[in-house]
Ligand binder design. Structure first.
Ligand SMILES: Nc1ncnc2c1ncn2[C@@H]1O[C@H](COP(=O)(O)OP(=O)(O)OP(=O)(O)O)[C@@H](O)[C@H]1O
Length: 224
């Protein structure tokens, strides 16, 4: 169970969002600029809320009142953001194995070959990220996030640069990941069909406020 309550302001933008989310895939929709990426960055630990808290399965990761803030690298979350932050100085192979190599073998949920095959990136292993297309970078970033066998996957428009054929290949794979590994996912996308295919529930972000799709009014807290 993921449980958060954040208040965060940057420039003229203010986010006030709270939710209690069971496992599975949670789709997050909302207009451009409404705060979806900001919410994922807060959950990832790449932004610090001015106030609020974050718990995952009973672990306290953020509690500003108690001055607790577990840094991103200690949260063991898999991240995949729009500008796919691969390490530029490492080959695709080393990017993919970056987290995986540091995991005890018993904690690894995927092996390299499965990920290479599914994402069709085996021929890219020796390249540097600068020499990849946008869609290739996206697939490598997704592969790296999966190979890290995270406790939580935060995916921000993970398939947006891919053609239809690759989307149709990767979506069922993500569904299998969901069913077989039980890794909870937050999935930000503008593509309703993707979200409907994968998600167990949908949250709407509007003007920095979160609500459950179908709910009448934006409330400070939603139980999902
Ligand atoms: N680095 C930044 N510094 C200042 N303001 C920012 C920064 N990044 C985003 N913002 C602002 O924060 C608000 C929320 O942005 P955010 O990227 O979270 O929206 P989003 O819902 O993910 O949008 P999109 O669907 O376009 O990706 C916007 O008003 C945006 O302009």
């Amino acid at each position: 169970m993921l449980n958060f309550e954040f208040a965060y302001a940057r420039g003229g933008f203010r986010l006030d969002a709270a939710a209690r989310i069971e496992g599975g895939v949670t789709g997050i929709f909302g207009p451009s600029g409404s705060g979806k990426s900001t919410l994922l960055l807060l959950i990832a630990g790449l932004l610090k809320p001015q106030s609020g808290s974050l718990h995952l399965d009973g672990d306290v990761l953020v509690d500003r009142a108690r001055r607790i803030f577990v840094p991103a690298w200690q949260r063991h979350f898999g991240l995949m953001f729009q500008d796919g932050q691969l390490f530029p100085h490492l080959s695709v192979r080393d990017n993919l194995l970056y987290g995986h190599a540091r995991l005890a073998p018993s904690r690894r949920l995927f092996d390299l070959d499965t990920v290479l095959q599914l994402l069709e990136i085996g021929h890219l292993l020796e390249r540097r990220p600068a020499l990849l297309s946008g869609g290739e970078r996206q697939r490598v970033a997704l592969g790296r996030a999966l190979l890290y066998s995270p406790r939580l996957l935060l995916l921000d428009e993970p398939l947006s640069s891919l053609d239809e054929r690759l989307k149709q290949q990767i979506l069922p794979f993500l569904k299998r990941v969901k069913d077989e590994t039980r890794i909870p996912m937050l999935y930000v996308s503008h593509a309703r069909a993707e979200v409907e295919f994968l998600a167990d529930r949908v949250l709407l972000m509007e003007g920095g406020q979160l609500r459950q799709e179908g709910a009448q009014v934006a409330t400070k807290s939603v139980n999902v």
